[in-house]
Ligand binder design. Structure first.
Ligand code: MN
Length: 233
């Protein structure tokens, strides 16, 4: 049956060294998954992992032939925060995946930014309302090209960092994750049936802060393609 209008373009992420792309199904995000970031947000202690989502079309990638991703500064915020995160790309779906099986479901890894309208998120938190307006807006998930898992090196022992205009803002290590990659997949797949094409943003380390129009954000994780984002108006 024909559609009443042209369906949207499939969200996708480029793959390092390949012309094929990774089609995106959903973008899951883990909240407060590094202890020092949980502290800076006013929380302490290990809590069960919790999740929120961004729509697939929040994914923002570089145009072909361009290394820089251009992110339009979003509406309604005067406190747009960067959160650098390890992104896990799921290649094989499933529900109730155990931590021991989790790595069989991973296609690859990327560097991502969970861009956050912090002022709007804080207002929603205060009122006990959903975070969507703070987290799930368009272009809120700039993501680097995906590196296939077998080429990504020791991703659980990798430095993770973000610079804004050449200055260090966030610097940590993936072994600092409160819920590691396998445990995150175990918990997530109990609540949702994972599908090929799902992306999991695994949480940000400490040092989140605001960016302005014109700022250049450069983020990396050992073994993965560097992410470069310029804020535009
Ligand atoms: Mn985040």
């Amino acid at each position: 049956m024909p559609f009443v209008f042209t369906p949207p373009v499939q969200a996708a992420v480029p793959i390092v060294g390949q012309t094929q792309q990774f089609p995106v199904h959903r973008v899951y995000c883990v909240g407060r998954n590094y202890a020092e970031h949980a502290k800076e947000m006013g929380f302490t202690g290990r809590e069960a992992p919790f999740f929120f989502l961004k729509p697939a079309d929040a994914v923002l990638t570089a145009d072909q032939g361009n290394e820089t991703i251009f992110m339009p500064f979003p509406s309604m915020t005067s406190n747009l925060h960067h959160e650098i995160e390890l992104v896990v790309a799921i290649g094989k779906g499933g529900r109730n995946i155990t931590a021991a099986q989790a790595f069989e479901h991973i296609w690859g890894y990327a560097v991502g930014l969970d861009m956050t309208r912090r002022d709007l998120q804080n207002e929603m938190k205060k009122q006990g309302r959903p975070w969507c307006i703070g987290k799930a807006f368009e272009h809120s998930a700039p993501i680097s090209a995906i590196t296939p898992a077998e080429q990504a090196g020791d991703i659980e022992n990798a430095a993770i960092w973000l610079q804004v205009n050449g200055q260090d803002r966030q610097r940590s290590h993936t072994h600092q994750l409160i819920w590691n990659i396998a445990e995150t997949i175990e918990h997530l797949s109990q609540a949702w049936e994972l599908q090929p094409g799902d992306l999991i943003m695994t949480g940000t380390p400490e040092g989140v802060g605001a960016v302005q129009v014109g700022d250049v954000l450069e983020g990396g994780i050992d073994g993965l393609s560097t992410l470069r984002v310029q804020m535009t108006d």
